[in-house]
Design a protein around this ligand. Structure first.
Ligand SMILES: [Zn+2]
Length: 115
């Protein structure tokens, strides 16, 4: 009896939490995000380790952006701002973290940035 009550309580909790928990986006959304990064990061070299989660209408986007090693902080920051604005224009509310790396760290598996 006590165990049943616990189980019902747990199932209800699981159900109500599921709507709040973050989920992986569908492949179209991921593809769109990769394209937006690629088209708006002019001056950068590539992006890799792109991770996207969504919770309701909010998206969490994280990725590494490889830039020329000699690029100034101001310039790389400007690229980040541009990409962030473009991503928000396309997907709405988003928390975006971009980790900037010098080109020595480029991965061959990254998505190239369109010049
Ligand atoms: Zn990296």
């Amino acid at each position: 009896m006590a165990i049943n009550v616990l189980r019902v309580g747990f199932d209800m909790m699981k159900h109500s939490i599921a709507g709040l928990m973050d989920e992986a986006p569908d492949s179209d959304t991921l593809q769109m995000i990769r394209a937006v990064i690629s088209e708006n990061a002019t001056g950068a070299i590539e992006a890799h380790d792109i991770r996207v989660r969504t919770a309701g209408s909010l998206s969490f986007i994280e990725f590494h952006l490889v830039v020329p090693g000699a690029m100034s902080v101001s310039n790389s920051h400007e690229i980040c701002d541009k990409v962030e604005h473009a991503l928000r224009r396309h997907i709405g509310r988003a928390i975006i973290h971009i980790h900037v790396e010098p080109e020595e760290k480029a991965k061959q598996t990254g998505i190239p940035v369109l010049a």
